[in-house]
Ligand binder design. Structure first.
Ligand code: SAM
Length: 236
């Protein structure tokens, strides 16, 4: 079973949205498991202190290395990757999500305050992962996003296996536009080709739309796609 262990000072927010829909059903069915560890349980004082003022001064508080290390040592007793949610981390990608979903699970550390004492990141080999170039108040929402992205890829979680293969990023492209009935809504028809029944033409239209949207919206992805395509045609 794929196991997610989350270290947080807000254990009550889990499973939150992970308890609903596909992820929630899969959790109830035992496809994956979730252990939530309260970092405060590893504090050494009666106030259950997990933070202290930053060395060198400055605003805010920093999560203490000793308390967090005890929480990690009690939780990460196997070979699962240990990730620290952090805006300084490597940006999360679908390729990384696929890699994580293909393993045995993960241990996630949710930061709070100004962040985490640098020494525990090094001493416990935490890999920093970011869910985007913006700053959240804490790692919990980022942890939920990461777990949700992984869990939907676990075998048996999504309805049809093909639904993951055709999604945004699967081929380095954004997904083509989707439509459903009614055929005419608000004066806007569904593109005729999608109701033609000609599967080859539909596939070609979808591919062209995926390429157009990627070119228009994500020049970074489009450039990477072209590089891969060109090197593939040279070698192939
Ligand atoms: N002072 C830190 C900085 O400037 O990099 C920001 C700390 S933030 C207020 C508190 C915690 O939220 C972080 O330790 C991290 O766990 C989480 N967090 C914030 N933004 C994130 C992001 N983009 N991706 C992943 N985690 C994030």
């Amino acid at each position: 079973m794929w196991r997610a262990s989350i270290l947080t000072i807000f254990p009550d927010v889990f499973p939150g949205p992970l308890g609903a829909s596909l992820a929630g059903k899969a959790l109830a069915a035992g496809v994956w498991s979730l252990d939530v560890v309260d970092i405060r349980d590893f504090a050494a004082d009666k106030h259950r202190t997990v933070d202290d003022t930053p060395a060198g001064g400055g605003p805010g508080m920093v999560m203490k290395a000793d308390v967090l290390a005890r929480a990690i040592d009690a939780t990460a007793t196997d070979s699962r990757p240990r990730l620290l949610l952090s805006p300084r981390g490597a940006p999360l990608t679908q390729a990384r999500v696929e890699g994580l979903a293909g393993g045995s699970g993960l241990v996630l550390v949710c930061g709070r305050f100004e962040g985490v004492d640098e020494r525990v990141i090094a001493a416990r080999s935490l890999e920093e992962v970011s869910i985007g170039d913006y700053v959240l108040s804490g790692g919990e929402i980022a942890a939920m996003a990461l777990i949700d992205a992984c869990v939907r890829l676990l075998p048996g979680v999504m309805g049809a296996p093909v639904s993951g293969a055709e999604e945004s990023f699967a081929d380095g492209l954004l997904e083509y536009p989707q439509y459903t009935r009614p055929q005419l809504w608000d004066g806007r028809p569904i593109p005729e080709i999608l109701t033609s029944g000609d599967h080859a033409k539909i596939a070609a239209w979808r591919r062209a739309e995926a390429e157009r949207l990627t070119r228009e919206r994500r020049p970074d992805l489009w450039a990477a796609f072209l590089r891969r395509f060109r090197s593939g045609s040279r070698t192939g």
